[in-house]
Design a protein around this ligand. Structure first.
Ligand code: F6R
Length: 361
């Protein structure tokens, strides 16, 4: 059932092009006329989730605020439910959960509904508890995710959030038809681009070699900016949960406010640096790391000579519209964590102390 792959996690990483394509073509029926009210009758959005789904939520904030211009807050469900959040009839809650059974996320949904807010769930499991309690569910079509470490559920959540952002913008007329078509077109190109990356023997070898170089590290730092800042968090979470190496993700601009003190010649620093609006800024961050002799692994595009010159290793991903980079930048980080855990001989699909769905608080 692992289809020739050594672990479910690896299989699920490779299933991402198809999972994303299926989610996009799943024609989210939230966009049907009768549901239009759900899309217009709110003036703020609160996203609640845990773990990797929370990281998808952080990226969803970038999608919705930049495309639909609606204010979005993102909370850990376990914090949201105990902080007496400001919820009213004009608040839309988006609960993101792969399993649809996470106790804290479910409690946040119940709280919001009690305060008469509408709840949209983004979920991968048909008929799960959260989908039964939400007003509306957008299903991700990732297929069953067996590995405890979430991969394809995450990228399909991103696809659902991006489609949601575009649809809300369309209904509220915050984008014109040309922009809408351009965004949707770019999204539909993602599965192909991801497949090209995943099929490249060079990149495969390179990521394994980088993992071989660093699997004995004690710590790792992940840096990103803008829409790739949550990818830094997600990359660090993947490494922690399956390889038990301490890792932290930071917005790169925060480095000089503390974490830079950690950098020495042994510290691997993974920098997510595609050619986007903050490219020049992140190049300076890489210079700062190199000045302290840190080891830089950069995830960037081809034709970024500034980064090639500075970084110890560069992983090249295809180009896309800048909001969509997280789909492409997260995948090398998933593979990096996977290979490290595998080299260390750990049970990749069943990491210690973790369960696939957290149904206790
Ligand atoms: C990390 C991971 C967890 C889950 C979290 C939420 O790889 O799998 O952090 O993302 O437990 O689970 P769901 O999305 O099922 O609510």
């Amino acid at each position: 059932e692992k289809g020739g792959y050594k672990h479910f996690m690896l299989k699920e990483i490779y299933e991402q092009p198809k999972a994303i394509a299926d989610t996009i073509s799943g024609k989210l029926s939230i966009f049907e006329k009768k549901n239009e009210k759900i899309l217009t009758n709110f003036d703020k959005i609160q996203i609640v989730a845990c773990g990797t789904s929370f990281h998808a939520g952080l990226i969803g904030k970038f999608f919705i605020e930049s495309i639909s211009r609606i204010p979005v807050s993102v909370d850990y469900a376990s914090e949201y439910r105990y902080r007496n959040p400001i919820i009213d009839k004009k608040t839309l809650i988006i609960a993101i959960s792969q399993s649809g059974e996470t106790a804290d996320t479910l409690a946040a949904v119940r709280l919001a509904r009690k305060k008469s807010a509408k709840v949209v769930a983004i979920c991968n499991v048909i008929g799960s508890t959260i989908t039964r309690e939400a007003d509306y569910t957008i299903y991700t079509h990732a297929g069953p995710e067996i590995s405890v470490a979430s991969t394809k559920a995450f990228t399909t959540q991103l696809a659902a959030l991006f489609l949601f952002a575009v649809e809300v913008a369309k209904v509220r007329k915050t984008i014109d038809e040309e922009t809408e078509n351009k965004l949707l077109n770019e999204l539909s190109e993602i599965p192909k681009k991801l497949k090209t990356f995943l099929d490249s023997e060079n990149e495969k070898k390179l990521i394994r070699n980088i993992a071989l170089e660093f699997y004995n590290s004690q710590d790792a730092l992940y840096l990103g900016r803008f829409v790739n800042y949550p990818i830094a968090l997600e990359g660090a979470l993947k490494l922690k949960e399956i390889s038990y190496i301490h890792a932290e993700g930071y917005p790169a601009g925060e480095m000089k406010h503390g974490p830079i003190a950690l950098i020495d010649e042994k510290m691997p620093v993974v920098v997510i640096a595609p050619k986007d609006r903050v490219y020049e800024k992140i190049v300076s961050n890489i210079e700062e790391v190199k000045a302290r002799k840190g080891k830089v692994i950069a995830v960037t595009n081809a034709n970024c000579p500034e980064i090639k010159k500075l970084a110890d290793f560069t992983i090249e991903i295809p180009t896309t519209e800048e909001l969509l980079y997280p789909f492409l930048t997260v995948v090398p980080l998933q593979l990096f964590a996977y290979h490290i855990a595998d080299f260390l001989g750990y049970d990749v699909d069943q990491p210690r102390n973790l369960a696939k769905s957290v149904t206790v608080e």
